[in-house]
Ligand binder design. Structure first.
Ligand code: SF4
Length: 357
């Protein structure tokens, strides 16, 4: 009984806080499931300020699921450029086609149908179901995990089955009848603005009286996790080849990061390697045979962080005189140097292009 009263009190305080502090965001003007889906996918691993423009550009170019489904994948990737995690864009495109073929072009309203869309996980399905259809599904992400584990002093690690089940039960118990969309947005905003990972605003927090972690003076213990993610280090040497007005790109198509995006010819090595060493490798000699006259500048070194990978990239600018037959394997696309911006590339290549501009 006491626990139920506490839960109702938390929900009421959260909704009251949200009424006053709600962020004015363009996707909140709509309950169109297509737009909510788009905003949720754009905002995964992206800050709101960065995602805002992309959302406006996407809804301008693809105002509905039909227009997105009809587009070429390359156009979708190009529009996505700079946001990173390109699998999201590919999945958006595939799911739009799925809606056309499986749901006659109408965005599904059932949670299980929404969850069946390519790339849609439980978080996104709960967000769309609750915000567009007011269905009783609680969103659970990093923000919600943090707020709930602090409020209820949850000791189970959030990356275990027991921990996840516990959080899900609490999150669903907090959902107010008929206002699940509003509640989900409230807890997301609260986690981003008040109960933040570093420097939570406990002194002004409207939930302070309900917060067990605050009472224990132990706020930073939560959320508890079991293991640290393993981050893989990778070493890329890129060759920005210039031959007159031409340069060369390759399309990534292996089952790896940045699939279907373009990049400069690349040699990946298991460890950091300098130019004298790399110029003796078989891959380099295949690309640039011994007798080929080259002018090579070590141009730039960039470190690029992905969720589970750190990429250490070195860019070389290689000039080859016009007329010399370049050992260009079939997989390279020869393009006009001035047209580089027409090709969808990873954020890493984009950073390099920004630097040389
Ligand atoms: Fe989060 Fe602090 Fe509020 Fe507790 S008191 S909910 S830790 S901001």
């Amino acid at each position: 009984m006491e626990q139920a009263r506490n839960q109702i009190d938390i929900t009421t305080r959260l909704l009251n806080w949200y009424n006053i502090n709600k962020r004015d965001l363009p996707w909140r003007e709509s309950t169109d499931p297509y737009r909510i889906w788009l905003s949720e996918v754009i905002l995964q691993q992206t800050r709101i300020i960065q995602g805002w423009d992309y959302y406006l550009r996407f809804t301008d170019r693809f105002p509905d699921v039909q227009s997105l489904a009809k587009a070429e994948e390359e156009e979708v990737l190009k529009l996505w450029q700079g946001l990173g995690y390109y699998t999201r864009a590919r999945n958006l495109h595939a799911a739009a086609k799925q809606i056309m073929s499986q749901f006659k072009g109408v965005f599904p309203s059932e949670y299980s149908d929404i969850l069946s869309l390519k790339g849609v996980g439980t978080y996104t399905a709960a967000a769309i179901s609750s915000i567009a259809f007011n269905a009783p599904y609680a969103v659970i992400d990093g923000n919600v995990n943090r707020v709930i584990t602090r409020l209820f002093a949850v000791k189970d690690p959030i990356d275990t089955a027991a921990g996840k089940k516990n959080i899900s039960e609490i999150a669903h118990a907090l959902l107010p009848y008929g206002q699940s969309g509003k509640y989900n947005q409230a807890i997301m905003d609260f986690g981003s603005l008040v109960c933040t990972p570093v420097g939570p605003k406990c002194a002004d927090c409207p939930l302070q009286v309900n917060c067990r972690a605050f009472e224990e003076k132990n706020v930073f213990t939560y959320p508890v996790t079991r293991r640290k993610p393993v981050v893989r280090k990778r070493y890329f040497s890129y060759f920005h080849i210039i031959q007159g007005n031409k340069t060369f790109l390759q399309k990534r198509n292996a089952d790896d990061i940045w699939r279907n995006l373009y990049e400069f010819p690349l040699i990946e090595t298991p460890e950091a390697i300098d130019f004298p060493e790399i110029s003796q490798t078989e891959n380099f000699l295949h690309l640039f045979p011994n007798n080929m006259k080259l002018s090579v500048d070590h141009f730039l070194t960039l470190k690029h962080q992905l969720t589970h990978q750190t990429i250490h990239a070195t860019f070389y600018r290689v000039e080859i005189e016009e007329g010399i037959a370049f050992n260009q394997p079939q997989k390279f696309t020869c393009i006009d140097r001035n047209n580089l911006a027409d090709y969808p590339v990873s954020r890493l290549i984009d950073k390099y292009l920004e630097k040389i501009r």
